[in-house]
Design a protein around this ligand. Sequence first.
Ligand code: PMP
Length: 403
Amino acid sequence: MPARRNTESKNEIFAIVSEKSINAKTQRCEEGKEVQDNKPSRPCVENKTVSRWIRPQIRELSAYPVPDAGGFIKLDAMENPYHWPQDKIEQWLALLRNAELNRYPDPHARRLSDRLREVMSVPADAAMLLGNGSDEIIQMIVMAVSGAGRSVLSVEPGFVMYRMIADFCNMDYIGVPLREDFSLDSEAVLAAIEQHQPAVVFLAYPNNPTGNLFNKTDMLRIIAAAPGVVVVDEAYHAFADDSFMPLLADHENLLLMRTVSKMGLAGLRLGMLAGAPQWLEQFDKVRLPYNINILTQLSAEFALQHAAMLDAQTQQIKQDRARLYTQMQALAGLTIFPSQANFILFRVPAGKAGSVFDELKTGGVLIKNMDKAGPLLRDCLRVTVGTAEENAVFLQTLAKINL
Ligand code: PMP
């Protein structure tokens, strides 16, 4: 399968915003007034003015869809299901009481950065850059390399923000399909690199949404061949058995990205990039000042002082992943893909993904339907590993569905 450019596949994933609601709004606009619930409100912006000024790439997009999870067992977003023991919560709150909210935070979050370096074993000669989530780091990197005729390359299926941010920044996106078994088609990636000379290559290790680690030798060949930077995105590192961190010093174009989101701190929004200072000092120029707020700095620093507590949660999730995997394998009609992350991708019989998703939802369990997210993910759904109780409800509900 050839590499696909962004425009071909975007709407497969972001088909959430209903055409109907856009059309209804447009009609109201054409009448000159925005009317909601039969009440006249302020005059709306004329549609053609919007189309004149908002770039087509942005108009074609839908905002990143986040479903309302209220009341559900939430197994859709790869969050860690655990909070902290009460005494830790008290200590943390005591710390926040002294936060100087009237002052801007440390612009470089130095204490937090030092703590992250230690906990994540970042080599002493690597520079570090922090982001408001690793999403913001992807944005900084792409903004810094963007320009006419330049491209971002990744694999499909992969993490959707690589493509979205390439669109935001007016860059071409090259999505090289994985093989049917979700392994890296290194020959196809190398050919696409040769052809498109991408400014940046993103490879998630483990990959989202497939959960597997790509072959390391293949990854190294890609790093050697890439003309620009290769970002190895280790968002799910906590659950995996391998890392590129020890190789950081060996490759000048290798950058390593991590997040604390999957370690139980998704609410803080904190990501980290490590790599050669020559690259990071350039990316730092497009970073908004004070991007890591004071509550995040204090809270993450505190949490990382208790890294053993976070590690114990991660170990629990890994154990529960193994158990859930075995239990899901025992259910007829499913194909379960092995995972080194805190989620499991699985395939249901042809045409059943929508009804399985709906029936789980009716049973109070929210997971992610990946069926429309590209050809390789047909009939696939993704479930996040939750607490033992949450996993049990998911399994019981799934087992009752007629496949
Ligand atoms: N990279 C990958 C592969 C992800 O799956 C995610 C989130 N799902 C992120 C990066 C972004 O993480 P965050 O912005 O929460 O740090």
